[in-house]
Design a protein around this ligand. Structure first.
Ligand SMILES: NC(=O)c1ccc[n+]([C@@H]2O[C@H](COP(=O)([O-])OP(=O)(O)OC[C@H]3O[C@@H](n4cnc5c(N)ncnc54)[C@H](O)[C@@H]3O)[C@@H](O)[C@H]2O)c1
Ligand SMILES: O=C(O)[C@H]1O[C@H](OP(=O)(O)OP(=O)(O)OC[C@H]2O[C@@H](n3ccc(=O)[nH]c3=O)[C@H](O)[C@@H]2O)[C@H](O)[C@@H](O)[C@@H]1O
Length: 386
């Protein structure tokens, strides 16, 4: 492999990366990229490895020996500090990050996103190891514009809704709205990491992903996850399309999101990994401001794309409305709109997303159809126990 150069034209030295949560959606894509395109070594920590099995076996893979899986629950495993010490860089992805859990399992959510991340930050700081920590765009909460009167012309002014790392406030709902337990825990761990940087010189980068989506995201209920489980919207809608049932629009599907293709977003993470001088001390929004839709529009587009890639006819009523209380239970609330400001990541790393929403849905739904359609047909054909 020819020597890789950083953005300042210097050769990049091979490094060892301790990746916690490597078996998840983002981790699996990051491991794939690191194995295929770089000489770096990965210590992959997770409780599951199904999504990275194709990288671990067989032993004849070209990157054999550069990726090692360690089945570790970071809540209680004394091997954690040793693995962080062995690495040059730690990337922490481990978290509970599905909204259906935030208001129904708020304690697990807070523990997972704050308490369990504390030793990781502490070991990095004490051992002078660099840390890339995954936070979330949810730390911004609601937009300032959402509090303006419905007919206010200011709602159209970007100053009232574009989310900027260094100036936007974090606006959450009341404590009874336990949806915000996740965002609040993520905000506090961000503040702690920032403080470790300021007081103890920790080299850190914080990533705020804005709805990264693509293959291997979450699970399909009843196929590779619990039948009653509620994954994030891409998997919920994929499941509905695969089962030929209407897509459920929570509270009218009026919330807006910007979706970025996982493969574009992983390019940004690789730039952070390989350009520490440009990434350390920064918080980065990583999203695609050009891919904004309401959830209703997302449902319509996914229905059209799925019809194209599966060759199956569209349902007569492709969507139905459900209340958030019915869908998520008591204490749910929502982010109204999420447009990332891209100034900082652009200036520091020169990164820009490339893939349009239609194109990313086309490749993702092709994958979903190829991976799950047969299994769903079989499971639906099974007689149910009476
Ligand atoms: N996907 C997105 O668009 C998105 C958006 C915002 C923030 N994030 C953040 O990025 C990170 C990764 O997200 P993802 O989408 O890959 O989620 P994911 O659920 O697919 O991956 C998280 C992984 O962490 C592992 N994990 C959780 N607790 C653990 C523990 N105690 N010990 C060991 N492993 C543990 C899980 O088994 C899982 O494989 C999370 O911190 C999440 O909050 C993701
Ligand atoms: O991905 C992100 O950037 C962050 O946002 C997500 O939060 P959210 O976007 O609300 O999660 P989704 O489950 O993907 O829901 C998106 C929207 O679709 C709606 N939805 C979801 C599922 C469904 O079947 N129908 C439906 O209308 C939700 O109410 C919400 O308005 C999660 O909190 C995290 O994974 C992450 O931190």
């Amino acid at each position: 492999m020819a020597a890789r150069m950083d953005l300042d034209g210097r050769p990049i030295k091979p490094m060892t990366i301790c990746m916690i949560g490597a078996g998840g959606f983002i981790g699996s894509h990051l491991c794939e990229k690191l194995m295929a395109e770089t000489p770096h070594k990965v210590l992959a920590l997770d409780v599951y490895n199904d999504k990275i099995k194709h990288l671990l076996e067989p032993d004849s893979l070209p990157w054999a020996g550069r990726i090692e899986f360690h089945r570790i629950n970071i809540k209680h495993d004394s091997r954690l500090e040793g693995l962080i010490k062995m690495a040059d860089l730690t990337i922490n992805l481990a978290a509970i990050c599905t909204p259906a859990d935030y208001n129904t399992r708020p304690l697990d959510t807070i523990y997972s996103n704050f308490i369990d991340a504390l030793p990781v930050v502490k070991y990095c700081s004490e051992n002078n190891k660099r840390l890339i920590h995954f936070s979330t765009c949810e730390v911004y909460g609601k937009t300032i514009g959402s509090f303006l009167p419905k007919d206010s012309p200011l709602r159209k002014d970007p100053a009232y809704y574009v989310l900027k790392e260094d100036t936007s406030p974090c606006i959450f709902g009341s404590i009874e709205k336990q949806r915000w337990s996740y965002a609040c825990a993520k905000q506090l761990i961000e503040r702690l990491i920032y403080a470790e940087g300021a007081e103890n010189g920790l080299d850190f980068t914080i990533v705020r992903p804005f709805n990264w989506i693509g293959p291997r995201m979450d699970f399909i209920p009843g196929i590779d996850g619990p039948s009653e489980g509620v994954p994030r919207v891409l998997a919920c809608f994929s499941n509905n399309l695969l089962r030929r049932e209407p897509l459920k629009l929570v509270d009218g599907g009026q919330s807006q999101r910007t979706f970025v293709y996982i493969k574009d977003a992983i390019e940004a993470v690789l730039l952070m990994i390989e350009n520490p001088d440009r990434a350390n001390g920064h918080i980065f929004n990583v999203g695609n401001p050009n891919n904004e839709v309401t959830v209703r529009q997302l449902a319509e587009m996914m229905t059209q794309v799925y019809t194209k890639v599966s060759g199956e006819p569209m349902l007569q009523s492709p969507s139905i409305d459900v209340s958030s209380k019915e869908f998520y239970g008591e204490g749910y609330d929502d982010s109204d709109k999420r447009i990332p400001d891209m100034t900082i990541i652009n200036k520091q790393l020169g990164w820009n997303p490339k893939t349009s929403l239609w194109d990313l849905l086309e490749s993702t739904l092709t994958y979903q159809h190829r991976t799950y359609a047969e299994a769903i047909k079989k499971s639906m054909a099974k007689p149910t126990a009476s």
